[in-house]
Design a protein around this ligand. Structure first.
Ligand SMILES: CC(C)(COP(=O)(O)OP(=O)(O)OC[C@H]1O[C@@H](n2cnc3c(N)ncnc32)[C@H](O)[C@@H]1OP(=O)(O)O)[C@@H](O)C(=O)NCCC(=O)NCCS
Length: 174
């Protein structure tokens, strides 16, 4: 049964509370990870970023960011999802799954392909795979099996592309 948790827009909580949860799960080195380098300077997609609260306690968070996928033949918008986190004492309560469902529902409304760096066995249930990401060029080391893409029809995004923060407003809807 799903935990009695409220799912709210990400700006419902202080950024410091999210930072503390992320620090406790990923450690301070999280700022040097390839996903963090990709997110740096990118506008957050507010409608697709959520927190999970049990009362006043933060028990989960997911964020989405707007990047440009830059191929020699042209650029396409893409969403970078993450970090996704649930509180260490609340794992297995579907908090992570519900955050994913909410974020992806919003990103699908925007018809955005979605990339993330994470464990394929967890994310495959939402259609993520490393099948088309092998030639992507990233700003740091990455385990290729963990570089995952989920794409709407016609958005396969295969090839030697790199990434840049999308310019402009803080919402992919803009
Ligand atoms: C990954 C994470 C968000 C999942 O959150 P959660 O709230 O426990 O997830 P859910 O309750 O929705 O799903 C739990 C299920 O996923 C499985 N699962 C969790 N992490 C997994 C992983 N890395 N690989 C494969 N399966 C995984 C669990 O075994 C469980 O399976 P079950 O439903 O068959 O019992 C959480 O474990 C976490 O915060 N981990 C640390 C941060 C992290 O690695 N984030 C992802 C990278 S950004």
């Amino acid at each position: 049964m799903d935990a009695p948790v409220d799912f709210l827009s990400h700006d419902s909580v202080a950024p410091q509370a999210v930072a503390e949860l992320l620090d406790s799960c990923f450690g301070p080195a999280r700022h040097r990870r390839t996903a963090a380098l990709l997110r740096s300077g990118a506008p957050r997609i507010e409608p697709a970023s959520f927190v999970a609260l049990d009362g006043e306690q933060l028990v989960g968070s997911v964020e989405a960011w707007r990047l440009d996928w830059q191929h020699p033949r042209g650029s396409r918008p893409i969403a970078l999802l993450g970090p996704l986190v649930s509180h260490p004492t609340r794992r297995g309560e579907r908090i992570g799954a519900r955050l994913m469902d909410l974020a992806l529902a919003e990103l699908d409304k925007l018809h955005l392909p979605v990339m993330l760096i994470g464990d394929a066995p967890y994310y495959a249930r939402w259609g993520f795979s490393a099948k088309h990401t092998g030639e992507w060029v990233l700003p740091g080391p990455v385990d290729r099996d963990r570089l995952l893409l989920r794409f709407p029809a016609g958005h396969r995004l295969r090839g030697p592309a790199s990434f840049a923060p999308a310019a402009g407003a803080d919402s992919a809807a803009a």
